[in-house]
Design a protein around this ligand. Structure first.
Ligand SMILES: Cc1cc2nc3c(=O)[nH]c(=O)nc-3n(C[C@H](O)[C@H](O)[C@H](O)COP(=O)(O)O)c2cc1C
Length: 199
């Protein structure tokens, strides 16, 4: 009898400590990275430090690529004049007016083994950039370039990108301007769009 009570108690203690661990893991997940992502389209002039830029770029390189083809390339823009040139052909890019940092994710069609996967890989790299920027406390906004020809052309001209390299998406990063509306961004969970084992 005593043995039975003992094992029931042990079971209760073990399951309580396990559920605490799960809660802890969820809390820590929600306190950084993608769960803290915030969108800004007007930025303060504060610079992003070189070490922070490198960490963001390293996060992009840490992204997976099909067959490990590694054909994404990154153009880091901090020069205001260059940034304004990026606006050519990009109608929804007002963030470029004030951003201290813009990273253009491009794909190299010459080094690609699986060209059909390049767009997907650029998107994954962009997501890593958004998550790392957010982890460092920055706001951001992604802006698509491809597949629109005029946007690809405008960005390629502004950055002197060779024809075999296609810019896909650019991400403005920085601290939001004091009066800027920065959206909370991540509360989009919708259980109706999640399907387990079958649609
Ligand atoms: C593929 C893609 C393209 C986007 N293009 C633009 C753009 O050209 N200009 C812009 O201001 N925001 C752009 N966005 C940002 C979306 O407008 C934004 O993520 C969406 O409105 C939801 O807002 P939130 O990210 O703050 O939750 C783009 C986002 C994605 C994923």
């Amino acid at each position: 009898m005593v043995k039975k009570i003992y094992s029931v108690l042990l079971f209760i203690i073990l399951s309580c400590s396990q559920s605490k661990d799960i809660i802890k893991a969820e809390e820590s997940k929600q306190s950084d990275g993608i769960f803290d992502r915030k969108t800004a389209r007007t930025f303060s002039p504060d610079r992003v430090a070189q070490e922070q830029i490198e960490l963001i770029i390293k996060a992009a390189f840490a992204s997976p690529t099909g067959g490990n083809q590694r054909s994404c390339e990154f153009i880091v823009v901090t020069d205001r004049n260059v940034m304004l040139n990026l606006k050519k052909g990009n109608p929804y890019s007002q963030a470029l007016d004030t951003a201290p940092l813009t990273i253009v994710v491009a794909v190299n069609t010459k080094t690609a083994i699986y060209p059909e996967l390049l767009t997907l890989e650029a998107g994954i790299a962009a997501q890593s950039i958004l998550a790392q920027a957010s982890k460092l406390g920055f706001s951001s906004v992604p802006m698509s370039i491809a597949p629109q020809r005029n946007r690809i052309q405008g960005v390629s001209e502004a950055l002197n990108i060779p024809s075999e390299v296609i810019p896909q998406v650019m991400i403005c990063i920085g601290q939001p301007a004091i009066d800027a509306v920065s959206s909370a961004s991540t509360n989009y969970y919708d259980k109706n769009k999640v399907h387990y084992n079958k649609y």
